[in-house]
Write a protein that binds this ligand. Structure first.
Ligand SMILES: Cc1cc2nc3c(=O)[nH]c(=O)nc-3n(C[C@H](O)[C@H](O)[C@H](O)COP(=O)(O)OP(=O)(O)OC[C@H]3O[C@@H](n4cnc5c(N)ncnc54)[C@H](O)[C@@H]3O)c2cc1C
Length: 381
């Protein structure tokens, strides 16, 4: 068993760290967060350097990288700034991979190069007011008309909709078929007539808007169909879910590591009762426990990536990685704030943001309960 990363992987991680250190010092990240603004300039630089194309096939300008490479990149990206990693997951990983796998030649040529360069983004519109975990029960309707489709319905929690150029929309195309057999995905320009986007107010992850999207007689041509008609459940909607969970695992690991590093640094500086607080046994125990949890999450994530790259089934490991790392990020955000005491609770501290941002990750991308269902299904059927 070899745990060493290759020289190329180390180099890639170092160059991303260096770029983010220069581009996004803590004060800039705080200012962006407060202004609810995404660092589009840094995003574009990541595109220019080829990082946004890691999950995209080489013939469309991407790098066709391994899952482990994508995981490593997501981890350092999230360590630098969680919002960038969230956008990478959605636009490059989910969007890039699904279009790369199921898009027509025309869709790939039109949409993938600008995703890779960072000039355009996609948002994923799956969840609806009445269908969340039970995604197959969605009711947004796309009726066939003149070879194309007319869409009516509503989506909620669509991340990045106001930043995106394209929406990948899950729709019901056959209302008479069983729930999973009547679904399709359409790729729709965000400015199509009949679409209304309304940002929602939320606890954290402020650099990525989360939106309601309303479809009112939105007409698209046949070129909007992404993948086969009525085949979305077994293709575009579930393809790559294991890889997606791993990318979330890497994201949570990177941010959790940042919380640990902040707590360790503070414990080595802050003095009370004439000693560094890092000398107190109860603080030392917290630091040790945090470190162990983050390491465990990282290892399970890397192991699952290795399995997927080897062509092995990693369903249980991918869900375990998502479950463990998202719960860990929440736990270490809580505990690292405890190590900092009052200053960790102040808005000037990064930890208040980590605490708020972490909370999403046991909910979005499949809740912890759903991950436990998947894991138990793999165990006992
Ligand atoms: C900030 C944010 C961003 C998001 N971004 C996107 C996005 O870009 N695109 C998109 O399509 N969606 C997005 N989502 C939606 C997200 O994926 C859903 O919120 C999530 O899947 C849960 O669905 P729900 O909120 O409807 O909760 P529900 O499914 O109603 O679940 C409520 C509770 O019941 C539990 N539960 C449900 N079913 C079971 C079961 N069978 N067994 C045990 N417990 C169960 C859940 O775990 C949860 O605790 C986002 C959500 C948020 C909050």
């Amino acid at each position: 068993m070899d745990f060493a990363l290759t020289d190329e992987q180390e180099l890639m991680m170092d160059s991303v760290r260096e770029l983010l250190r220069k581009e996004l010092p803590p004060e800039r990240i705080s200012a962006l967060d407060e202004a609810h603004e995404f660092p589009m300039d840094t995003w574009k630089k990541l595109g220019d350097l080829g990082f946004l194309g890691l999950p995209v096939p080489a013939e469309y300008g991407g790098a066709g990288a391994s899952i482990l490479d994508i995981v490593l990149f997501s981890e350092v990206l999230s360590y630098g700034m969680s919002g960038l990693s969230a956008a990478f997951q959605r636009s490059a990983c989910y969007g890039g991979v699904v279009i790369g796998q199921y898009g027509t030649e025309e869709q790939k040529k039109r949409i993938l190069p600008p995703l890779v360069s960072g000039d355009q983004m996609v948002a994923i519109a799956l969840t609806e007011p009445d269908s969340g975990s039970d995604a197959a029960s969605l009711s947004t309707r796309a009726e066939s008309r003149d070879g194309g489709f007319v869409i009516n319905g509503q989506k909620v929690y669509t991340s990045g909709a106001t930043q995106a150029d394209w929406l990948i929309v899950a729709v019901r195309t056959d209302p008479d078929a069983p729930a999973r057999e009547g679904l399709s995905t359409l790729i729709v320009p965000v400015d199509a007539p009949g679409i209304t986007i309304r940002p929602m107010s939320k606890l954290g992850n402020w650099t990525i808007p989360t939106c309601e999207v309303f479809f009112d007689d939105v007409e698209v041509g046949p070129e909007a169909l992404l993948g086969g008609l009525n085949e979305a459940w077994t293709t575009t909607l579930t393809h790559g879910l294991d890889a997606e969970r791993l990318v979330i695992g890497a994201h949570c690991t990177g941010s959790a590591q940042r919380c640990v590093d902040i707590a360790v640094e503070y414990a080595g500086q802050r003095e009370q009762f004439g000693r560094k607080i890092g000398k107190f046994q109860m603080i030392r125990q917290k630091l040790a426990d945090m470190d162990v949890q983050v390491q465990a999450g990282r290892l399970i994530t890397y192991h699952a990536a290795w399995k997927l790259d080897a062509g092995l089934n990693a369903r249980k490991e991918a869900s375990s990685a998502k479950l463990l790392t998202s719960e860990t990020w929440n736990k270490v955000a809580y505990d690292s704030m405890q190590v900092l005491g009052g200053i960790g609770y102040m808005m000037e501290s990064e930890l208040q943001r980590q605490y708020r941002d972490a909370r999403l990750y046991t909910i979005g991308g499949g809740t912890s309960e759903i991950q436990r269902l998947i894991i138990s299904h793999e165990l006992v059927g």
